[in-house]
Write a protein that binds this ligand. Sequence first.
Ligand SMILES: [Zn+2]
Ligand SMILES: [Zn+2]
Length: 133
Amino acid sequence: MSVRKLTKGQQAVLEVLVHSHRPLSAQDIYLELRGTEQEVGLATVYRSLEALHGGGRVQIIDVRDNQAHYLIGKASHSQHHLICLNCKRVVPLDHCPVGDLEKHLSQDHEFQIEYHVLDFYGTCGDCRQVVGV
Ligand SMILES: [Zn+2]
Ligand SMILES: [Zn+2]
């Protein structure tokens, strides 16, 4: 079995995502790379993101911004997030808060649940301080 090598574009995109703590749009990544030695076109960024997502290296996060945002890491059933609508910071939860609920629903409805999606949207502590809420 051969390990598929990443293209230059994919490496550059991955590099940006590895160093980012918040999800980035293709545009963000493009701007981040612009003017560096790793500069690539926007179309390449999109293609690279698609390939990286398909390869399970990058997950798509919906930050309610009409644009797909990407975060390093594999999307998994048990991964839930707190997402700040202001600064787009994403805090992964390390446990599933609805495991029991899933079990009950499965039993009550004789429904085999494969996975669920659950994210919480709001304002993070830092942003609340700035806004003074
Ligand atoms: Zn915030
Ligand atoms: Zn869960």
